[in-house]
Design a protein around this ligand. Structure first.
Ligand SMILES: CC(C)(COP(=O)(O)OP(=O)(O)OC[C@H]1O[C@@H](n2cnc3c(N)ncnc32)[C@H](O)[C@@H]1OP(=O)(O)O)[C@@H](O)C(=O)NCCC(=O)NCCS
Length: 171
């Protein structure tokens, strides 16, 4: 376990942040399910993320219970980037700055700290996620660019486009 910080939200709730351990796969899956609006992938994929990419994933805990997560990795084809695959906060903790604080803590994890870019794909209708990454770029005082990435035709099932957000370069 790598504790990465603790702090108090504007609404005075206290959260602890830590990177993900090998045994956290089921916790990630359950949390994504409880968050509700995130696409729930196979349990096996979350076990893989925890086992192989835990250093670039983050859990937020309130009173020791999971409240939010960031699942990410360093893309092998773009090693200067840290990619956010899924970010979510349980409904009861939203709108209190937790999402932004999680991304800040996630960016400062030892395995992400040297990234010059933060990338993520976000579909066009996901206003809360767009706002979250916009707020992160503003906080870091770096540009946010949007470029085409996964198109609906690339998906084997009905799925909206997932353009790539690029935040950076970090100074
Ligand atoms: C996206 C999500 C993680 C944001 O978490 P949060 O803790 O509510 O976000 P914060 O309180 O830190 O807000 C960060 C910024 O986003 C804005 N924001 C958050 N939710 C918003 C919404 N629904 N509509 C508009 N803006 C929103 C906030 O105003 C804030 O901007 P500001 O700093 O300029 O005021 C959360 O809404 C969530 O879990 N959604 C469901 C999962 C999801 O869609 N994840 C993203 C796809 S991978």
């Amino acid at each position: 376990m790598t504790p990465t910080g603790t702090g108090t939200a504007p609404h005075s709730l206290s959260f602890d942040f830590r990177s993900v351990q090998q045994t956290d796969g089921a916790t990630l899956w359950r949390l994504v399910k409880a968050i509700g609006t995130l696409e729930l992938n196979s349990a096996y994929l979350y076990l893989l993320m925890a086992a192989d990419f835990g250093e670039t994933c983050l859990l937020a805990l309130h009173n020791g219970r999971p409240a939010g997560l960031v699942i990410g990795y360093r893309p092998p084809r773009e090693p200067e980037a840290a990619f956010v695959w899924q970010v979510g906060v349980l409904p009861e903790y939203r709108g209190q700055g937790l999402g932004l604080r999680m991304l800040s803590a996630w960016r400062q994890l030892p395995a992400n700290r040297n990234a010059r870019w933060i990338t993520a794909t976000v579909d066009e209708v996901n206003q809360s996620s767009r706002a979250l990454f916009g707020a992160l770029a503003k906080q870091l005082n770096v540009p946010l660019a949007v470029q085409p990435h996964f198109t609906p035709e690339q998906f084997p099932v009905d799925h909206p486009a997932e353009p790539l957000l690029r935040i950076g370069p970090m100074p």
